[in-house]
Design a protein around this ligand. Structure first.
Ligand SMILES: Nc1ncnc2c1ncn2[C@@H]1O[C@H](COP(=O)(O)OP(=O)(O)O)[C@@H](O)[C@H]1O
Ligand SMILES: [Mg+2]
Length: 293
């Protein structure tokens, strides 16, 4: 909106109209001398599958961290579902229904896949001592529901057989799927995914995409996902937001974005060799999940 280049792609459907579930305005984050995010503004429509693209180093991941409460912006505002979330911690934002995936931590790695899922459910019945001691019928019922929900999700992501395995023994791709499945346990209304397809085999990747479509159509879940593969973006996103050098340079429908000269220039000139065919040149941030932080 306030970005310098009024791209043609912005014109047909001005963002920020009534049905935006999320809006960020003028977000800035400096790391030392670098402005990783430099005045980024964008909106996400309720019920959309919106892709966030841009050359490596554009500030996409940092932007995610800023809007989900992991980092504090130096400047800027963010509103989710009509409520200001600026300065809120991530757990409070998640409780409102705006959820991003969390890496499986060391502690979670020592728990089984199923336990990871159970722990991700909000208001987990087993947490309360009184429920452990007396096991009221409501608690038993709730636990059964949570278990069923967990098993269904594990089935979707082909993790059922790994139920009893420790999360730490999963491959990088399986871990990413578990992270996504855990996020879904919270029944989010707005789900943010940072390169969900990276490191996952194509069959599972397709299943993941199908599941996103299904959640959107059946439960009205809104998605914002960072993705490198333009084919995936073109075929699965209804809106695309483009970042370059810390700013949003275009927002619009995939077809319009594909032909936007400003976007093409950003990819060619952005100091990144990443082309628009998902060729996968130099993507240092993609394979990190394997490295057991
Ligand atoms: N914690 C950090 N400290 C210092 N610089 C950072 C930090 N996180 C990101 N950056 C820098 O901010 C810029 C944007 O990075 P990032 O958000 O990861 O981009 P993208 O996800 O679009 O590839 C890069 O120049 C990166 O080196
Ligand atoms: Mg990134």
């Amino acid at each position: 909106m306030t970005d310098g280049e009024p791209s043609t792609t912005v014109a047909p459907q001005p963002s920020g109209s009534g049905d935006a579930i999320f809006e960020a305005e003028g977000i800035v984050k400096r790391f030392g001398g670098i402005r990783a995010v430099n005045g980024a503004s964008m909106s996400v429509r309720e019920g959309s599958i919106t892709a966030l693209i841009g050359p490596n180093g554009a500030g996409k991941t940092t932007f995610f961290n800023l809007i989900t409460g992991f980092y504090k912006p130096d400047v800027g505002t963010a509103v989710f579902d009509g409520q200001s979330i600026g300065g809120m911690p991530s757990y409070a934002i998640a409780r409102l229904g705006m959820v991003r995936t969390f890496q499986i931590t060391k502690a979670l790695a020592r728990m089984t896949v199923l336990d990871n899922m159970m722990l991700a459910a909000p208001d987990q019945p087993g947490e309360r001592l009184v429920n452990v001691l007396f096991r009221p019928a409501s608690s038993i019922r709730r636990e059964r529901e949570v278990t069923e929900g967990a098993l269904e999700l594990l089935e979707v992501f082909n993790l059922t057989k790994l139920n009893e395995n420790y999360a730490g023994t999963l491959s990088g791709g399986q871990r990413k799927l578990l992270e996504l499945a855990r996020a879904l346990m919270a029944k989010p209304r707005f789900l943010l995914l940072d390169e969900p397809m990276a490191g996952i085999n194509p069959t599972l990747g397709r299943r993941l995409l199908d599941h996103m479509q299904q959640l959107r159509s059946e439960q009205g879940v809104t998605f914002l996902f960072i993705e490198h593969d333009m084919e995936v973006v073109m075929s699965h996103a209804d809106r695309v937001v483009v970042m370059a050098e810390g700013r949003v340079i275009a927002e619009g429908e995939p077809e319009a974005i594909r032909n936007d000269q400003g976007v093409i220039d950003a990819y060619l000139g952005g100091g990144s060799a990443a082309g628009d065919g998902g060729a996968g040149t130099g993507e240092p941030d993609r394979d990190v999940p394997e490295a057991g932080r």
